[in-house]
Design a protein around this ligand. Sequence first.
Ligand code: ATP
Ligand code: MG
Length: 237
Amino acid sequence: MPQVVIEHLSKVFKIGDSQFTAVHDANMTMEKGDFISIMGHSGSGKTTLLSILGGVLNPSTGHIYVDGQDVYSMGDSGLADYRASKIGFVFQFSSLVPVLTAKENLLLPTIFSPNRNGGREKRALEYLELVGLADRANSRPFQLSGGQRRRVAIARAIMNRPELLLADEPTGDLDEETEAEVMEFFDRINRDMGITFVLVTHDRILAEKAKRRFRMHAGKLSDVSQDTGRVAAARTV
Ligand SMILES: Nc1ncnc2c1ncn2[C@@H]1O[C@H](COP(=O)(O)OP(=O)(O)OP(=O)(O)O)[C@@H](O)[C@H]1O
Ligand SMILES: [Mg+2]
């Protein structure tokens, strides 16, 4: 059984008297340990889809099953538990809590997931080291650069050891070198920890690192893994 099944998923936003379909009949499955990228123009529905997957936005129609469970039929507490125990989310405009240090920001999600917080102090330091910020554990966000803040947000997203890591443009504002480091970190999370990784990006080169590649176009999701393969094959001929 696939880890994730997205079935006939749609999201319609009501704006005044009119309606706007941000996601239109999306279908997809994910196996544990998959690395999936989603590309698409601005406004094509990527963040909307990721938010539904992350348990923070109700779909209008359709279902998401994770480990065989229909995510949006679990009720509010079930959904909160789903978010806390299964999902790591790196938001497009990630924000840290300004009054907390980097390490305290990492410890934050563990509060909502008491049965996953064994060894959390050690893990927080270990993850900060992984993102190259071991010496910044006690810095507050205003003392960090934009890229450093982003790396703290990424480390925070895996503190609860999620099954699914969802990252929305996580490297958008990073320089090339830092972007490469962050991608290396994601790779380790995905490969070594076996965490399924969904990356939304505008960057074609990053998207092509994924095992499976999807595109969103005006709310429609399509698998382009094969297409890219064909283009690549054509190029080599
Ligand atoms: N809460 C909302 N109410 C109304 N419309 C919304 C809402 N959220 C998103 N939309 C609309 O849905 C469409 C898809 O938005 P979404 O944020 O998913 O796009 P995106 O692909 O992530 O774009 P970007 O690459 O710019 O981040 C957009 O046209 C947006 O204006
Ligand atoms: Mg977006």
